[in-house]
Every structure is written in structure tokens, then in C-alpha cells.
Design a protein. Structure first.
Length: 625
């Protein structure tokens, strides 16, 4: 580390902390102000903030690894998460969600199922999911940022008394970064989070541009084209994934065969299936939902979600592609020469490139950018989790009447407790990865079926939602524990074979089990109160099977018609996925100097943007609020 790199990082930390505290005065007016910024923040700032929150370090390191190994077609791996969620939210879900006017995702559930026992059961399970996820991800960030900083920074910050080790260097780095981030997040709520994330987004974009620019200055087009196989730059695939590395890099073919994606056609088919249902289910109760609810109007909620897509993918993949190119030039020969390779080797590509192959000044800015990526994601979770505890649990069930000052203090205390619990979990580094995978598997496995049905079927009730989510959670947890203990089963037995099936291929089983819980929970209990359903449908106006509710409203002479936008919404989602994919591929083709494919991708981006202007943007502009 040169002095200029250290100064850049220090300046970034001081600037972020100062701005976060400076704007914190706006957050003292009440819970709405603290958690949603008083619904006064402009949509493009929220969009930048949302994009910044998704620009996390761990995800960036993972994307660098899979692009490094699999080439351009690895952009389809992202469909597992699924990133299509942002497209579905943009096209219609943001409008449906924002029309409720509530503060959190679990509070939104009450507008769908009512405030009776069934509604409160559905409300409570969403709040609990949100809190557990926030604590788990804070713990994950604690472990991740500590390991990242120790690889990059040269100083040993371990704390020992006599011969007793109190903190190792990883934990000390993590505590320092989390301390800085927590100060402005707790103090200023949504105002501080959004303001600092806009600054952090700018730093991340600048870092990506500079690193990509460095690759253009350092290597000619001919050198890059000689280095990268044509198959690496191809997005076409067959039923099986074929290795394309040769000569000294041939060991990477064996690594491709060992990763579990060999049956690539089946893998992509499953990601399409999961991606559709997970996306139409809507955002999980996290910071993404909070940004939607923070917008000033329904129209701005849609604008914000679209803007998030526009600002996130191009700069993020510009940085990723530039790091991967440097990795292919400098790191790949070392890795191939080392002998046997594992998936964990891919995770060190990012820090190795930063350590040894980025020039002075750019290195400091890149580190500040990745630090910003961590801090923005961390602060988003710290702001989102306590909202569910204070608003959906404490205020609703324990202290329904209190002053705004009391609730703000409760929010400060709750935020501190959530961070503390996450840090305590983070100290158990050996188990935190397992805990995080369990939360992720349970969240997406148990979340999808019930949250899909809540939009489209009038008869689906609060108990159906509760049992649907719980049954999905149980089967997903069972699958995860099977996976963790797969080495203990007798080879070639049913349990052994089942435990070795990749999680993505078991998604249909988790989905069907959750659907079963949803249907049984619904049919064995009474329907949701018709007045609640009428209020929900009148407000949100979703498409789906709502005929009995619509008929009741029409009998009251309510001037309301059935939502006939299913076809155009699905068409927009299909075009939107193509639009989103073009923004991922465009910077990759640019960095690897495949100008022909870059030009074709840019044309696809322009064409899909033009179509969405007429099919989506013009429709959104007609909304009155």
C-alpha cells in the first residue's frame, strides 16, 4: 500500500461519516421519516441508493470468479438469485406495492389478509423472516469484509493480552468498518443511508471506469484477442457444458467439470423456472422493499425501480470485466501451474488482482469503491431489519401509543441490537457460511409459492400464507441439512444420491411442498374477510383470479374494471430481461475488445429501450399519482 492509496481510503471514510451524520437531523421527525425518509426523497436518488446497495463485495467477488472461469455465458448464472426480480418490480410490482402506503413489507401483508388472527400470523412470519435475514446477512458481511481487508491491507490489527488472543486481524478490521457504518446508519436512518449510498455509488462507478481504462492503456486489442478463446466470448450453449481452455490453462476444464453445472441446458431450464416464480412473488422484505415504499408517489416507485436497473449493471460489470481481464492475464497462469483447483480458488481472483496488478492511486480508489460496496449493502440491511422490529412487532403488539421521540429511540436501540447480534454470529466464522446458506435457501425456497399466490388468487388467506411459507421453510431447511451431511451417507444409497443433487434442481420440490402447505392452509380455514379483499383489490388492482371480489365491488356501483394488463406486463418482462441482459453483456464485450458483439448488444439495448418507452414508460406516465 502506497501513501496515496491509504489517503484515498481515509478520505473516503471521513467523507462518508461526515455526510451521514450531517444529514441525520432530518430523521428525528418520526418512524416514517426515520425508515422511509418521510417519503420525500426523489426517486432517482432512491434508485441510485438501491443500485448501490446491490453492489456488494461478496457478490462482486463471486461474479468475478464465474466470469473468469465460464466466460460470457456466466451472466445466466445470475438468474439463480434471481436478478429478474428487478424487472418484474419495475414493470408492475412496484406500482402494486406502493399503492398500499404502508411502511414495511410485513405491514403490507395486513392490507391483503386483514388484521385478524390469520392476518397477524402472516404478518408475524414475514417480520420474523426479515429480522432473521438481516441478522444473518450482517454476520455474513462481518466475516466477508474482515477477510477481504486482511488480504488487501498490510497492517496486523490483532489484539492480544499476554498469550490470550482477544481479536484476530480479520475481526478487528470488520469491527472498525462496521462501527463507522453503524454510526451514520443508526443516527440518520433512511436519509443518511440514501445520501451516503449516492456518494458510494459515484466512487464505485469511478473505480470501474479507471480500472477498465487501465486495461485499455496497458494491453492492445491483439494481445487481448490472443489471450481469450472464442468460446469464452460466446453465449451459445448445448445440453452439456464443454471445456474450452487449452495448453497451460487446461486444468480449468477439470474445474468446470467439478462445479455441478455440467448439464448446462437443464441448469438454465431450472433457473428460468425458478426465476419466473421467484420474480413474480415480489421482493423479499428487505431494503429493496423499503426503497419502493419510500418513494413519493406510485409513479415514482415505477421510475425508481427502472432507474435501478439502468444504473446498476453497466458500471458493475465494467469493473468485473476489467478485473477478470487482469486476472486472465496475470493470475490464471499462476493458478493453472499450481495443480489441482477448487471453487474457492476463484474467490481469490479479485483480491489477487487488486494486490499485485492495479497501479497506485487506482488501487486506493478501487479499494474505496469495494469498501463503499460493503458499507452501502450493510447500511441498507441495518436500516431495513429494525423497521420490522419497531413498527411491526414492538409498536403493534407492545407499545401501540407512544411519541415519535420514543419510537426513534427504540429504533436506535433496535438497530444497535441487530448489529450486535450479527457481529456475535460473525465471530463464529466456521458456521456462518452454513447459517447464511440456510437463510438464503429458506428465504427463496419458502417465500416463492405463498407470495406468488397472494397476488393472483382471491381465496388465498392468511393461514394459507403462513403454512405455505412455513412448509417451504421446513423442506428447504431439510434439504440444506442433507447437503451439509452428504459425506455421512452410504455411497449409492437414496439419501446419498439425494444429498448430492445441487440445490437449484430441488427447487421444484420445495416449490410444490410450499404450494401444498398454501392450499391446505387455505381450504381448511375460512376465507379472508370480503371487506379486506375489496379494499385490497380496489387499492392494488392486480390481475389474476379476483372475479368474486370484483363482482362484489361492481354490485356496489364502484366504477372499477378487471385488470387486463397481464399480457402486456408479461411481454414487458420478457423485453425487460433482454434489456437487462444487454446491459450486462455490453461492458464485458467492450473490455474484452469484441467490438462486433458489443455493437450488436448495443443495438439490442437501444431497440429494447425504444420498445419499453412505448409499452411501459408511456403507460406509467399516465398514472395520476
Amino acid at each position: 500500500m502506497e501513501l496515496i492509496d491509504v489517503l484515498i481510503i481515509a478520505l473516503y471514510l471521513i467523507l462518508t461519516l461526515s455526510i451521514g451524520i450531517w444529514v441525520s437531523k432530518k430523521a428525528s421527525k418520526g418512524l416514517d421519516s426515520y425508515f422511509l425518509g418521510g417519503k420525500s426523497i426523489k426517486w432517482y436518488y432512491l434508485g441510485l441508493s438501491n443500485g448501490s446497495g446491490m453492489f456488494d463485495v461478496s457478490g462482486t467477488a463471486w461474479m468475478v470468479g464465474i466470469l473468469f472461469l465460464y466466460g460470457v455465458k456466466s451472466f445466466m448464472f445470475m438468474w439463480m438469485w434471481p436478478i429478474w426480480n428487478q424487472i418484474f418490480v419495475m414493470m408492475f410490482l412496484a406500482v402494486w406495492i406502493r399503492r398500499s402506503g404502508v411502511m414495511t413489507g410485513s405491514e403490507w401483508i395486513l392490507t391483503r389478509f386483514g388484521d385478524d388472527k390469520a392476518g397477524r400470523a402472516s404478518h408475524l412470519i414475514v417480520a420474523i423472516f426479515a429480522v432473521i435475514a438481516s441478522i444473518g446477512f450482517i454476520a455474513y458481511f462481518f466475516e466477508g469484509v474482515g477477510k477481504f481487508m486482511t488480504v488487501i491491507l498490510p497492517w496486523d490489527l490483532s489484539l492480544n493480552i499476554a498469550e490470550i488472543s482477544l481479536l484476530n486481524s480479520e475481526q478487528s478490521y470488520a469491527l472498525l468498518i462496521i462501527f463507522f457504518t453503524t454510526i451514520y446508519t443508526i443516527k440518520g436512518g433512511m436519509f443518511s443511508v440514501v445520501t451516503t449510498e449516492v456518494l458510494q455509488y459515484g466512487i464505485m462507478v469511478l473505480a470501474g471506469v479507471l480500472v477498465a481504462g487501465y486495461t485499455f492503456v496497458s494491453f492492445t486489442d491483439a494481445e487481448v484477442n490472443n489471450l481469450i478463446p472464442e468460446a469464452w466470448k460466446s453465449i451459445s450453449f448445448g445440453s452439456e457444458l464443454q471445456g474450452f481452455w487449452d495448453e497451460k490453462k487446461e486444468p480449468f476444464n477439470a474445474l468446470i467439470d467439478s462445479q455441478g453445472y455440467k448439464m448446462f441446458g437443464a441448469f438454465i431450464g431450472m433457473t428460468l423456472f425458478k426465476g419466473f416464480f421467484a420474480s413474480i412473488a415480489g421482493p423479499t422484505p428487505s431494503y429493496d422493499m423499503q426503497r419502493i415504499l419510500s418513494t413519493r408517489t406510485v409513479k415514482e416507485a415505477a421510475y425508481m425501480s427502472g432507474f435501478t436497473n439502468l444504473v446498476l449493471f453497466v458500471p458493475r460489470y465494467l469493473l468485473i470485466a476489467a478485473v477478470v481481464l487482469l486476472g486472465l492475464i496475470f493470475v490464471a497462469p499462476e493458478m493453472a501451474a499450481s495443480g489441482s483447483l477448487t471453487g474457492n480458488d476463484l474467490e481469490v481472483v479479485l483480491p489477487k488482482v487488486i494486490n499485485n496488478h492495479v497501479p497506485v492511486g487506482v488501487k486506493g480508489l478501487l479499494l474505496a469503491g469495494l469498501l463503499a460496496a460493503f458499507m452501502s449493502t450493510f447500511s441498507a440491511f441495518v436500516n431495513a431489519g429494525p423497521a420490522y422490529i419497531v413498527n411491526d412487532i414492538y409498536k403493534k403488539y407492545f407499545k401501540p401509543k407512544a411519541t415519535d421521540r420514543h419510537y426513534i429511540k427504540a429504533s436506535h436501540i433496535t438497530s444497535f441490537i441487530v448489529v450486535l447480534l450479527g457481529v456475535i454470529m460473525g465471530f463464529f466464522a466456521d458456521s456462518i457460511n452454513s447459517i447464511t446458506l440456510w437463510i438464503t435457501s429458506a428465504l427463496y425456497g419458502g417465500y416463492v409459492a405463498a407470495n406468488f399466490l397472494k397476488w393472483v388468487w382471491w381465496r388465498f388467506n392468511g393461514w394459507g400464507y403462513f403454512w405455505g411459507m412455513l412448509s417451504g421453510l421446513l423442506i428447504a431447511t431439510f434439504q440444506f441439512f442433507m447437503d451439509q451431511n452428504k459425506g455421512n451417507f452410504v455411497p449409492d444409497s437414496f439419501l446419498y444420491e439425494t444429498a448430492h443433487i445441487p440445490a437449484i434442481y430441488l427447487f421444484p420440490a420445495i416449490f410444490i411442498f410450499s404450494l401444498l402447505g398454501s392450499f391446505l392452509g387455505t381450504y381448511f380455514t375460512a376465507p379472508t374477510n370480503i371487506e379486506t379483499l375489496k379494499s385490497f383489490y380496489k387499492n392494488v388492482r392486480p390481475w389474476g383470479w379476483w372475479k368474486p371480489v370484483l363482482k362484489e365491488l361492481q354490485l356496489e356501483n364502484t366504477r372499477i374494471e378487471r385488470n387486463k394488463d397481464f399480457g402486456i406486463d408479461m411481454l414487458n418482462c420478457l423485453i425487460g430481461v433482454i434489456w437487462q441482459s444487454s446491459m450486462i453483456l455490453l461492458p464485458i464485450f467492450l473490455v474484452v475488445r469484441d467490438y462486433h458483439k458489443m455493437g450488436l448488444t448495443f443495438l439490442i439495448f437501444l431497440l429494447s429501450s425504444l420498445i419499453l418507452k412505448f409499452t411501459w414508460l408511456d403507460k406509467i406516465r399516465k398514472y395520476e399519482n
